[in-house]
Design a protein around this ligand. Structure first.
Ligand code: SF4
Ligand code: SF4
Length: 168
């Protein structure tokens, strides 16, 4: 959705959002049922979270230090994500934007602060698009795929938050 703002070259030298530590394992994306079937058939390790969503199972050796990083199982570090762009998980297609929910239950959009592709100009453009042309689609995703809506987290700046009037 935001690929026109984030260059493939920048992602190729980063891969940050396809690489996880134990403390960021909650960020592995929720997978659509059709994709789950295809990945299972390919032997990709998957697991089911407490909220019922299926995601990638990450491998952390028992003796690995706390800051040990492991790749998403479908990442090829040399070429990037091996899934066709159109079948990637919704959260991956939205990145570095994340649909979130505040403690009061309001819908919010978070922007991942550590993404090196988010310059001040890109940040402004993401905010503009997320709160205008993309807003209906983001609301639809939040309604139809509640597992992709995550609690707000300090790694994300809240760039928009729904006010009570906006819900009607
Ligand atoms: S964190 Fe940003 S620059 Fe890095 S791979 Fe993800 S989208 Fe690309
Ligand atoms: S599915 Fe693809 S884009 Fe998403 S985390 Fe895994 S490798 Fe990255």
């Amino acid at each position: 959705m935001l690929t026109h703002l984030i260059s493939a070259e920048q992602c190729a030298s980063c891969r940050l959002c396809c690489n996880f530590q134990r403390t960021s394992a909650w960020e592995t994306p929720a997978l659509a049922p059709g994709l789950v079937e295809r990945l299972r058939a390919q032997g990709i390790p998957l697991c089911v979270r407490e909220d019922g969503s299926t995601t990638f199972a990450l491998h952390f050796p028992a003796d690995a230090p706390e800051n040990f990083c492991t790749n998403c199982p479908v990442l090829n570090p040399a070429i990037g994500c091996t899934l066709p762009r159109s079948s990637r998980p919704i959260e991956c297609r939205l990145w570095p934007l994340r649909i979130m929910r505040t403690p009061s239950g309001a819908l919010a959009f978070g922007l991942y602060d550590a993404c090196p592709a988010v310059s001040p100009a890109v940040r402004e453009q993401i905010i503009r698009e997320a709160t205008s042309i993309l807003l209906p689609e983001l609301r639809r995703i939040a309604n139809e795929h509640p597992c992709t809506v995550r609690p707000i987290h300090p790694a994300y700046s809240i760039i928009w938050e729904e006010t009570p009037q906006q819900t009607h």
